[in-house]
Ligand binder design. Sequence first.
Ligand code: ADA
Length: 573
Amino acid sequence: MIRLFDTHAIRPVRELDGLWDFQPVGRAGEMPQQFEYRLPVPGCWETHPDLGTYRGTGLYRRTINVNRRTNLRLEFKGVSHTADVYFDGRPIAHHYNAYTAFEAVIRDVEPGEHEIALYADNSFGEHSALHIPNDYYTYGGPIRPVVLEEIEDVFIERVSFRPEWANGTWSGRWRAVVRNIGEHAAAVGLRLGLDGLHTAREECRIEPGQSSVVERTEIYDTAEEWSPERPALYTIRAELIREQERAGDDWIDRIGFRRIETAGEEIRLNGRRVVFKGVNRHEDHARSGAALSFSEMLHDIELIRDLGCNTVRTSHYPNDERFLDLCDEFGLLVWEENHARGLSEEQMRNPNFRKQSEDVTREMVEQHGNRPSIVIWAVLNECASDTEYGREIYKEELELIRSLDPSRPRTFATHNRERDLCLDLADIVSFNLYPGWYTDEDPGELMRRARGWADRLGGAGRPMIISEFGADGYYGFRSRERVKGSEERQCDILDDNLSAYLADESLSGVLVWQFGDCRVSEDNGWLLSRGCTRNSKGLVDGYRRPKAAYDTVRRHFRGEADIPSAGRNARAE
Ligand code: ADA
């Protein structure tokens, strides 16, 4: 399943899912004599019993049949973490980062059988500045769908639609990119339609080998607002009109009309104050790794809604389009962030860091910018925001986001407390704090101190979010003494944190670390602080079995927290 809706009605599209041949290889480009394995796509190789800890390069191979001479467009929605794609033995694409999509366009493909070879590499080293040994796992393989499309020489590359609200009326700012891969200039029409509300037409000319941008603003004065209570979605459709009014290509997406802005210390959604109550979520499942099936994603959404959350943070990378589709559909608000976790200044000085980080940021905003559910863009979780060099990078990335999308507030989650040098650069100040777990601080007191740091360090008068807090809780580990690591102690710590944060009316958000337990890398000492090589701060375990803390959080988020947790006073310390 590619998306929750058809992205094309005219352009022929098919998903290349199913079993592909697979073989571990030494490097991209190497063709083995034989293939020992057949693995699912989408999927990650760790789900195979022989390959549960394989780190290196793996080759996925399959053939396709083409029944007429045509141009092909292959889209890989996410390959972890470096992809090299070959078509009939010829390299056609290279891409770094597991969490954004990339394409390859192949011209004039002859009818017959053709081979697609996808090399995926999940190895660590200087070549990979963002995927490093970390407190989550970098799996290997095509963790998201692979799509095959047939395109004409002139086709629609991308359409963005930004809703705007002015003088009590909605309008929409269209921006369509039309590309010409042919050898002749082309003049085409472009029909831009929004569900029955309007259709507009523009003409454009595209030189060979070039792209043209068509921009237009339309008024939609009867549009219904998208909100968590009523997530009204509209379908936008761009149609490319060739000679004799023939529709040559199309591009379909879903959008929603909603406003998100900060006003002093408040965040406002559609003009009304919103407080984010939610969870941080990794794309990780004990059964399927980072390649969650659609039904596993939907199950996560159902659990998150059942918890009483209105928000999910895509820690620490852009998420699967199908998961975001579900958020659009169910009215769940999303904090989406670029890919990075806990990079020191030295790691941010990796010669590949700047380019790799800029690419994933740009791709995230370009690929996900139409979604009403995304209300915050964030960068660089817990990186070196306490150094001068770090500040340079935070500034660059936050400015890049602003230049690509001025419509959403930006933030970053910091653990640098009173040492942070970047709080003035973001629209929202966000702190990761772990009182009760890593420190013995009182959550209410710490939150007030955090407000003080924000006020002193350039974040005065801006909204504040507690973007992470939590505690380990090993599923099934019970303790009458409520020791650290027990389900009971996890309940206590979350209870203390949530009681303090939710009682404070000035806070704009509380996001629990984390929704589900996730696998972590064995390298780099993570093993020492992560029993069973898992980060066990989930409200559910890797298989989605709710821990006792699930109900603690559920009571708070649903406003039923005066019901005390069982046995609370029994802690022996
Ligand atoms: C950090 C980090 C998370 C996770 C968490 C923890 O603040 O942002 O990715 O590592 O702490 O469990 O300690």
